[in-house]
Design a protein around this ligand. Structure first.
Ligand SMILES: NC(=O)c1ccc[n+]([C@@H]2O[C@H](COP(=O)([O-])OP(=O)(O)OC[C@H]3O[C@@H](n4cnc5c(N)ncnc54)[C@H](O)[C@@H]3O)[C@@H](O)[C@H]2O)c1
Length: 361
């Protein structure tokens, strides 16, 4: 077991990397979180792994009830948040519940959002079950829901009390979801850690197979990078956390323009990273060979490097609705070299348009 710390004063918490939930109840007891919890999850995740979680909790004296949300990005909506809040208010009226977000990033963002607004904030614990959620979405307290035309536009910062990464659950992830999670790991390598980037280039097969050593490297390194960034810039006010949005300017627009069905989050940001790398090279900020390394690794991971089947006009419209569209311009995260990024709104619209035309076909 290994702990990585997110340091935020009294809101600090641990990201625990473990291979089971056996010691989770003990940790919850130290946090003084009571013994009554609500597990927000998908039916399939509960069927597959519910016993691994509920067994240890119940044996430690917890009463736990489950709240099921449908599987799909479209569950990250006001309608589903309201449904969960109504269920909580009817069934947990007299107690302050602890929410457990048990699933991928969709469950984590939605349950976290409910935890942020129900009774003006209740405690929650992230129990991520996808690679993407373990390396990224469960950490940092960004919670929220989508609007039909814009991703993550409604939300809050609400830090979890604990993130518990049980690596053994990742074994059942389908290849598409492994690749999707890998996209975020590639992102960390590209923006902050050339050694991690090189590891992915040289151990890609082990990473995609989720072999234990490779998973440990990916999860522990990514969590350490995200924890460090969030600890220094929790609310994205110091220009550091924005760096984590590498690939997300176009990525979020592709997700929204594709009705949240065409691309998974990881696939969309993979295309977005190719666009951002190409834009960085076109503006003379990034060496062509480093740009090619980014695109090559994404392609080798089986991720898309360009978008088909989503209208370019819909992408342009979605770009304007994004949170990163400021003072009439999109904010881009560009690469200066592998491991170093700059965040800028000063990209000539014609250069951005050229890259979008090349990549969104
Ligand atoms: N809050 C943040 O900081 C942040 C950061 C990155 C991404 N996100 C969000 O995360 C979401 C994407 O998360 P995701 O990629 O985890 O998608 P997801 O939550 O939709 O999960 C993908 C699929 O994997 C299934 N699944 C979950 N665990 C499994 C397991 N152990 N074995 C087999 N199948 C399993 C789920 O049921 C689902 O069908 C997006 O909404 C994105 O915006 C948030």
């Amino acid at each position: 077991m290994k702990d990585i710390r997110v340091s935020l004063g009294e809101r600090s918490y641990a990201i625990t990397v473990a291979d089971s939930y056996a010691r989770l109840p003990e940790r919850l007891r130290h946090l003084g979180l009571g013994r009554h919890g609500w597990v927000v999850s998908h039916r399939s995740v509960l069927a597959r792994s519910g016993r691994d979680l509920l067994g240890p909790l119940r044996r430690a004296g917890w009463t736990v009830e489950t709240l099921v949300v449908p599987e799909s990005e479209t569950s990250k909506s006001f309608a589903h948040a309201q449904r969960l809040i109504t269920q909580l208010s009817r069934r947990a009226a007299m107690r302050i519940p602890v929410l457990f977000a048990f699933g991928g990033g969709v469950v984590g963002d939605l349950a976290g959002f409910v935890a942020a607004v129900y009774r003006r904030g209740v405690p929650y614990v992230q129990l991520p079950t996808t690679l993407l959620a373990q390396v990224d979405s469960a950490i940092g307290g960004k919670v929220g829901v989508d609007l039909p035309h814009a991703k993550n536009l409604v939300g809050s910062f609400h830090q979890p009390r604990l993130v518990w990464n049980n690596l053994s659950l990742l074994r059942t992830l389908p290849l598409r979801q492994r690749r999707s999670g890998l996209a975020e790991v590639i992102k960390y390598g590209a923006i902050a850690d050339p050694t991690l980037f090189r590891f992915l280039e040289t151990h890609l097969r082990e990473c995609l197979r989720l072999e234990l050593r490779a998973v440990r490297v990916m999860v522990e390194r990514s969590c350490a990078i995200k924890a460090a960034v969030v600890s220094r810039d929790e609310r994205e006010t110091r220009g550091l956390r924005a760096q984590l949005n590498f690939g997300h300017t176009l990525g979020h627009a592709l997700e929204a323009a594709g009705g949240y069905r065409r691309w998974t989050h990881g696939e969309a940001i993979a295309i977005g990273m190719c666009a951002a790398a190409r834009l960085s090279a076109a503006l003379g900020k990034l060496a062509e060979r480093d740009c090619e390394r980014v695109v090559r690794l994404i392609r080798a991971a089986g991720l898309p490097t360009e978008s088909r089947g989503v209208s370019r006009n819909a992408v342009r419209a979605a770009l304007r609705y994004d949170k990163k569209f400021i003072h009439g311009r999109a904010r881009w995260v560009l690469l200066a070299r592998l491991g170093q990024v700059t965040v800028t709104e000063a990209v000539p619209p014609s250069a951005a348009e050229r890259v979008i035309s090349d990549i969104v076909r």
